[in-house]
Every structure is written in structure tokens, then in C-alpha cells.
Design a protein around this ligand. Structure first.
Ligand code: SF4
Length: 557
């Protein structure tokens, strides 16, 4: 792996000036832009940018990538984690955003259908001529655009907003979308008239892509959804299929009596049969004047994702679900293979791991910390959230810390390894002036919590690692408390991952570092990183757990 340590203050290359979207440069930005451009010009195919949040990576990388893409007539596909990040990047660099169909749907009822069943429902209403906005006469839109603006344009023209986005693809060099687009990448590239080998892929929040691959889950479906599919089939006269599913649900519910996961037999019907029945149900619903949603079709999608493998049954509290497993190496290769070049961006990603998993040589561009003394991290010992140590003393100690932090009057973020711990600690604190995340919040509720926290200068926010408030959101604060380290539990799937990584990396010790230790530490660091979004922010971070000290060598400089 080639490693380049970036310099704080250098001149931006002349050729990049017209592509840099801001009048002023922050520390490291010019050297980052220059090195991205130089690496591409040198024929380096896989670049990883390791730089802290708030450095201004988007503008710098955009300048380097766009200068090279323009000179070489390449397209640029920029993928990030969430729809709001897509809007943000579109605004910053004037790129065309491709939001998912559901995010910009303006059909009165179809727009309310859940994500899992949305695409099939939209397809059915289009087929039946029941969407007043489709096909219409889509018009190209001019970036930058937010999802709200795209919807407004669709309403103004009386046409599906998503089709307007697709109509805008033709003449654009750069497109920004979410990582979800990777699931249908071939479709997007053909609509864009682009080819992988003539396109630069920028993977923003790249740790998320690696994390997804290491999760070894291609798709999942709840047993409740399978039960609903059974009831739906029975209601619409597909007695045999309905009974088949009812028995499968009964059997799956009897397997795991406590939290855990286990490989189970595939008791689901054939994907073709599920698809045929699901489509008949959709037709029947349309005739009855209902929205043509179908749980049976969602199950057909899941069955296709299984690709003949046995599913994994997972129980977590009240949630019982089936997962379709996938190989982490195959997953990452399918993301990285075939592009002209890739640029992966993240504050927490391992070049060595990416190189080993993808089998591709990496150039690592590393920036230092640009904010001088703005962030100080302390490791605090004396308690641990290790599962077997979660007793009443621990809960009381954590509640004492929360009370103390709130009494300090500093704007505080506090992160917990699970909702269960968060709720137990919250119920033990004496102060109620806090905003707390709860399980299953939708986007609107997440935004409401964020606004409540941002608008009150003294509020504390309690959230969980890996949750909606721990990554990809701006939550400036002066104090961050990270309780515990969110290591994944030692399940069968985790053992399978360690075995697979041992094969790829050559030894089990390194496999444990990349498969167990670093994902936990990265999740804590991502959460802590919410506090510093730019040079004007400053924060103290307390990493509270006995297990941080021996792992200090893995923490960033
Ligand atoms: S075609 Fe109609 S239902 Fe489908 S996304 Fe567009 S507006 Fe929504």
C-alpha cells in the first residue's frame, strides 16, 4: 500500500482552480485535491482518503476528480450514505442527485407504502395506468436539487419526479446518489449511458460499505412480514401457498427461544410461485380500488436474494427475522470491480483491510487533525459495559455520569451500546432535560430530535452507537461521552466472518482485529465525530470503558 501524508498548506494546482467550489481553502484541502488528481493521473486505480470530519473533503476531492474526469472524458458517480447527504453534496458541488423513487414519489397513496414493498407497488400502478404522473412528459432538471425541490418540480409539470431526474441524466458528468444505488447499478449506468470502465466511482462514507460487507447480510425479512404474506395469500384464495407459509412461520417461531442466531432450513416456497401469486394479488387489489402492495412479492424478493443458500434466523428482543447470507469478499468485489478508478472516503477505514478483501492495490491519502486543540479525548477506566458486567452498580455509575454531564451545562452527546442500556440508565437519572433516541424512529422523528437538540444550547442527547444519530448527521457539541465499545456479540455469523477473514488475511489475529475490534472502535469514533463538524467547533470526548486502554494503539492520531 502506498501511503501519502498530506501537508497542511500548499498551493492548489492551477488546473484544479476552476473546479474548487469555494472561494477559500481550509488546511489540507489543497494537498488533498492535488494528490487525488496526481494519483489518478499516475494511473493509481484505488485511492482511499482518510481524513477527519469537518476538513472539507467533499470540495477537495470533487476538484481533483472533476479536473481529471473532464480532461479524460469520464463520468463520476458519487455515492454516499443517506438522502440528506445526497442533497448536501448536490448543493455543495452542483451535482445531479438521483434520489430513490420512493423519496420523491408524489402519488397520494403509493408514496406512503413502506420501502420494502414500494418498487413493486409503483410498478403495478404504472402497469395498470393508475399513476396520474406516469408516463407524462418528463423534463430535465437543473442541479443543485433537494428531494423537496424535485417533488415540487414533478407537481408543477404533472409528471413523476423520478422520471424527471432520469431525464436529466443524459447531459450530466457527475451524479450523486446513495449506496443503495449499488443494488441496481447496471440499470442506472444504462439510463446514464455510462460504462463502469469509463466512470470514476467515489464512495463517500466508505466505511459503511465495508461494514455492510462484513455484516454478511444481503437481505432480511421479518417473520411478521412472512406471516402477513401468508394471510394475504389466504385472503386472495391462494390456500395452498398461504398454508405453506403459515406452517413455515410456526416452525421458525419455535426454533429460538432466546436472543441469538442459527442457520435454518429454507421453508419458503419457490420464488417463481411467490412472484406469480404476488402479481395476481396486486391485480386483484387494483380491481378492488386498493393500493397494490404485496407481502408475497416482498417475500419473492427475499427468496431471490437467498440465491439457494440456507437462511439465518435471528432473534433480537421482540424482533425475529430471516437473513440472506453473503460472502464479505464477494460483496466488496462486486462494489469495487470494473470501474476506471475508485476513491473511497472515510475518517475510519482500513486501507490494509480494503486491499486484502478486494485484492486491489490501494493508495492511501492521510490528512492530520486540522483543528489544533479543538478536540481532546480522554480514556476513562473504572467501568465496562461488557455483557456479563451489566449489573445494577454499572447502571447507577452510568446514571451518575449522565447527571454530572447534564449539571455541567455543556452541550453533550452520550452514546450507549444498546437501547436497553440507554433506557435503564435514563430511568435512573435525576435529570429529565434530555433528548433520547428510541428504537424504530422514522426520518421525521430523527429530524425533530436533532432540531430539539440543536436549538437548545444546554440540551443533552442520548443515542445508541450505529444508530440514526451516531453517523452521517451534524450534531455539534462540547462534550461527548462514549459508554462502552459496541463490539458485535459472539454469534455464529461472527465466527464465520472470522474464519473467512483468516483465510483472506492469512492469520486469525489480524482477522479478529478487522472482524471484531476495529468495527466496534470505528462505531464509537464515528459517534464521537458528530461533535466536530468544522474549525469553529470544539469538544472533549470521554471514552469510558476498561477496554479502551489496551486498544489505544488503534485510535487515530
Ligand atoms: S410513477 Fe407514480 S407511483 Fe411511481 S414513483 Fe412516480 S409518482 Fe410515485
Amino acid at each position: 500500500m502506498k501511503v501519502i501524508d498530506l501537508k497542511e498548506d500548499v498551493e492548489l494546482l492551477d488546473v484544479l482552480r476552476k473546479h474548487f467550489p469555494h472561494p477559500n481553502l481550509r488546511k489540507y484541502q489543497a494537498d488533498l485535491a492535488n494528490n487525488v488528481y496526481r494519483a489518478l493521473a499516475n494511473g493509481e486505480k484505488n485511492i482511499i482518503v482518510e481524513a477527519p470530519t469537518g476538513l472539507g473533503k467533499t470540495a477537495a476531492i470533487y476538484a481533483g476528480v472533476m479536473a481529471f474526469a473532464t480532461e479524460n472524458d469520464l463520468k463520476v458517480l458519487w455515492l454516499t450514505r443517506t438522502g440528506s447527504q445526497v442533497s448536501h453534496i448536490s448543493r455543495e458541488v452542483s451535482a445531479l442527485p438521483i434520489f430513490g423513487r420512493r423519496m420523491v414519489c408524489i402519488h397520494e397513496t403509493v408514496s406512503k407504502v413502506d420501502l420494502r414493498r414500494f418498487n413493486a407497488t409503483c410498478r403495478a400502478v404504472r402497469r395498470a395506468g393508475r399513476c396520474p404522473y406516469w408516463p407524462g412528459l418528463p423534463r430535465a432538471l437543473k442541479p443543485p436539487l433537494t428531494a423537496k425541490e424535485v417533488k415540487e418540480a414533478g407537481r408543477r409539470f404533472g409528471v413523476c419526479p423520478y422520471e424527471c431526474l432520469i431525464a436529466s441524466l443524459y447531459s450530466t458528468r457527475i451524479v450523486v446518489a446513495t449506496h443503495m444505488q449499488l443494488n441496481t447499478i447496471g440499470w442506472l449506468l444504462s439510463k446514464w449511458r455510462a460504462r463502469r470502465e469509463k466512470t470514476l466511482l467515489v464512495l463517500d462514507e466508505g466505511h459503511q460499505v465495508v461494514k455492510n460487507a462484513l455484516s454478511m447480510v444481503r437481505d432480511s425479512i421479518s417473520i411478521r412480514a412472512v406471516e402477513k404474506a401468508s394471510k394475504e395469500a389466504l385472503k386472495y384464495g391462494f390456500r395452498e401457498l398461504g398454508e405453506h407459509l403459515r406452517k413455515a412461520v410456526e416452525e421458525y417461531r419455535g426454533i429460538l427461544l432466546s436472543d441469538g442466531e442459527v442457520e435454518v432450513e429454507d421453508l419458503l416456497p419457490d420464488a417463481d410461485e411467490l412472484t406469480m401469486v404476488g402479481e395476481d394479488i396486486q391485480d386483484a387489489k387494483i380491481k378492488e380500488g386498493y393500493v397494490p402492495t404485496s407481502y408475497v412479492l416482498s417475500l419473492a424478493d427475499f427468496k431471490i436474494s437467498l440465491k439457494g443458500a440456507k437462511p439465518i434466523l435471528v432473534k433480537e428482543g421482540r424482533s425475529l427475522r430471516l437473513e440472506a447470507p453473503t460472502d464479505p469478499v464477494d460483496s466488496l468485489k462486486s462494489v469495487y470491480d470494473g470501474w476506471y478508478a475508485t476513491v473511497t472516503i472515510s475518517a475510519t477505514i482500513s486501507g490494509e483491510l480494503t486491499e486484502s478483501l478486494t485484492g486491489k492495490e490501494v493508495t492511501l491519502l492521510r490528512a492530520g487533525w486540522p483543528f489544533q486543540e479543538n478536540l481532546t479525548a480522554y480514556i476513562v477506566q473504572g467501568l465496562t459495559t461488557k455483557f456479563e458486567k451489566r449489573d445494577e452498580t454499572l447502571i447507577n455509575d452510568m446514571a451518575w455520569v449522565v447527571d454530572l454531564a447534564v449539571k455541567c451545562g455543556l452541550k453533550s452527546l452520550m452514546f450507549f451500546p444498546s437501547f436497553e442500556l440507554l433506557e435503564r440508565v435514563l430511568s435512573r437519572t435525576s435529570i429529565k432535560e434530555v433528548v433520547a433516541e428510541s428504537p424504530g424512529l422514522d426520518q421525521e422523528e430523527v429530524e425533530r430530535l436533532m432540531t430539539e437538540f440543536v436549538e437548545d444550547s444546554k440540551k443533552a442527547l442520548l443515542a445508541v452507537y450505529n444508530g440514526r444519530l451516531a453517523e452521517g448527521v451534524d450534531l455539534s457539541a462540547n462534550l461527548v461521552i462514549c459508554f462502552g465499545i459496541p463490539f458485535a456479540p459472539p454469534t455464529g455469523k461472527r465466527q464465520a466472518l472470522i474464519k473467512r477473514l483468516s483465510e483472506v488475511l492469512g492469520d486469525e489475529k489480524r482477522a479478529r482485529i478487522y472482524g471484531e475490534i476495529l468495527p466496534g472502535l470505528w462505531a464509537a469514533l464515528q459517534a464521537a465525530g458528530r461533535a466536530i463538524r468544522g474549525p469553529e467547533d470544539s469538544a472533549d470526548v470521554y471514552l469510558i470503558d476498561d477496554r479502551y486502554r489496551p486498544l489505544a494503539r488503534f485510535l487515530p492520531r
